[in-house]
Design a protein around this ligand. Structure first.
Ligand code: ARG
Length: 281
């Protein structure tokens, strides 16, 4: 008799599991999946189980997780705290987006070029690394809505007198793979441009006198100047750039879901308050 009850229970569980599987694999319609996630996240923001049950209808490279690749040498957007955790505007924003979608946030740290490549090759779901939206990058990534704007700045030692007008006669340091590198190489050729994998290496080169200046995103330049006495910053005439998250191509449902979560966070002022919190720190 006991054995029979066991068999009946096992059959019931199998049926229940099959039903679950059926509903999640039928949730292929991107818009519906995105809306469902948002709705359930709103009803129960802290309810882990409910949220992850709905989040599982989104396909990611690792089920239930959103894996992002990032170069955490980019304060205030992404950097590491004393215990090696990646923090900043973008990790905080991604965490809130993941909460809304019922996904766990997985952060993979590496240099900028590798972070771009990881998303391009599907080793991460997205590159979240102060990425500027560029026409040529649109061929490699599906970008979300952009959430903030920066411009390029020149960082040099105080009193260097380096400006946009005389920039071409100096040795310029850049991070490899960045828009900063692209712009100065276009204008001045490769001979005066020195590319390094991380900003700690670029700043080391400036402090050691291996380069005369750095061309980089202004908000990040400000953060480095604040912690490197004796450096100063001046504006360039390069066009403003918009930041967005670059997703591995072809996952429309995921990008739509992230965009609706991001839209909510922009509409209710969360994005602005996170940005100003880190900018003033
Ligand atoms: N915004 C620039 C670009 O997209 C620089 C980004 C560098 N990001 C970083 N985390 N180091 O090319």
């Amino acid at each position: 008799m006991k054995k029979l009850i066991c068999i009946v229970l096992a059959l019931c569980m199998a049926a229940a599991l099959a039903a679950c599987g059926g509903s999640s694999s039928s949730g292929n319609n991107s818009t519906t999946a995105a809306n469902n996630n948002t709705a359930s996240a709103n009803n129960a923001p802290a309810a882990g189980t409910e949220a992850s049950a709905s989040g599982s209808s989104l396909t990611t490279i690792e089920a239930g997780k959103l894996t992002i690749s990032t170069s955490p040498d980019f304060p205030p957007f992404e950097y590491t705290d004393d215990s090696g955790n990646v923090i900043g505007i973008e990790p905080e924003l991604m965490k809130l987006i993941c909460d809304k979608l019922g996904l766990e946030l997985q952060i993979d740290a590496m240099d900028f070029n590798s972070a771009l490549l990881a998303a391009e090759n599907g080793k991460s779901d997205a590159v979240v690394s102060g990425v500027t939206v560029r026409e040529d990058r649109k061929a490699l990534f599906d970008f979300t809505t952009s959430y903030t704007t920066i411009t390029q700045a020149i960082v040099s030692k105080e009193g260097s007198g380096i400006t946009m007008e005389n920039l071409g006669s100096y040795r310029i340091g850049v991070q490899s793979g960045t828009t900063g590198q692209e712009f100065v190489e276009e204008d001045f050729g490769q001979d005066t441009v020195f590319a390094y994998d991380t900003y700690s290496l670029v700043f080391q080169a400036l402090n050691n006198g291996q380069v005369d200046c750095i061309v980089m995103d202004d908000a990040v330049a400000k953060a480095y100047i604040a912690s490197n006495p004796g450096l100063t910053m001046t504006n360039t005439t390069y066009s403003p750039e918009e930041y967005a998250f670059g997703f591995h191509k072809g996952n429309e449902a995921l990008v739509n879901a992230v965009n609706s979560a991001l839209a909510e966070l922009m509409a209710d002022g969360t994005v602005d308050s996170i940005i100003s919190k880190y900018m003033t720190e």
